[in-house]
Write a protein that binds this ligand. Structure first.
Ligand code: ATP
Length: 244
């Protein structure tokens, strides 16, 4: 994976005028945002706002128009595989683990591009330190684990790829508060270790409580942006998303 770099303006990821959709139906309407190195940035919004579509467009899984600059490079002409190799790695909604493989094999799959097995094993040890539960369950089939454990496995698998920017789709969906709290602590920890995080969440309060900055998305457009603490206090955001 390439060394961490950034654009000339200090942003790690800079998106402008991004459009994307499905079968000729537009979903994203000129989305612009930026993520700076070692930030946690939240993109929040209701069901169907276009958050997953945004991540798919960034990862080049679906076609997009506009600009996507990552480490100063244009991602638009790249394939999904190239984007992954550049260090923009997704934890997809629904986790997409290999259910019939063990936790450990799921994690090692992510490292199999690496020729140095010793490094992969060292990364595996780091993952078990970050998620002790996965260490205890290393021989268990991924599909037989709880939702929270599967989310940990999906995050660890993505981290095994040594991302520069980790993009996580609906991390908290369906999970118990105690598990969500553990995952939030992991996010803060990996950010402190230098991994930049783009967190896409329907749970607006949760995401803004861990993020440095946030963007609120409605029907494919960014309608509010700012420091996460300011957004939590913004009367329009509070009324629309926090029931306050
Ligand atoms: P959720 O949290 O429910 O996933 P979201 O904010 O991530 O919501 P998207 O999944 O990006 O929203 O969906 C945005 C719009 O795009 C919705 O109207 C949805 O129906 C549509 N859409 C999503 N995936 C597809 C697809 N594969 N084909 C056609 N339309 C799609």
């Amino acid at each position: 994976m390439s060394a961490a770099g950034k654009g000339t303006d200090g942003a790690l990821l800079r998106v402008s005028g991004l459009g994307a959709g499905y079968g000729g139906m537009p979903v994203l309407d000129s989305v612009s945002l930026e993520v700076r190195p070692a930030e946690i940035v939240a993109v929040v919004g209701s069901n169907g706002a276009g958050k997953t579509t945004l991540l798919r467009a960034l990862s080049r899984v679906i076609a997009a128009t506009g600009q996507i600059e990552f480490k100063g490079q244009d991602l638009v002409p790249m394939t999904a595989d190239q984007v992954f190799c550049e260090g923009l790695v997704q934890v997809p909604e629904g986790r997409q683990l290999f259910d019939r493989m063990t936790v450990e094999d799921n994690l090692l799959m992510a490292a199999d591009r690496r020729s140095d097995k010793a490094v992969a094993l060292e990364d595996l040890r780091r993952m078990y330190a970050l998620f002790p539960r996965l260490g205890e369950r290393r021989r268990q089939l991924a599909g037989s684990m709880s939702g929270g454990e599967q989310q940990m496995c999906a995050m660890a698998r993505a981290l095994m790829a040594r991302p520069i920017l980790l993009a996580i789709d609906e991390m908290s969906l369906g999970l118990a508060p105690v598990v969500i709290e553990q995952l939030m602590e992991v996010l803060a920890r990996i950010r402190d270790e230098g991994v930049t995080v783009l967190l896409v969440e329907q749970d607006v309060h949760l995401a803004l409580s861990v993020a440095d900055r946030g963007y609120v998305m409605e029907t494919g457009r960014i309608v509010h942006e700012g420091a996460a603490s300011d957004l939590i206090d913004d009367p329009a955001v509070r009324k629309a998303y926090l029931g306050l």
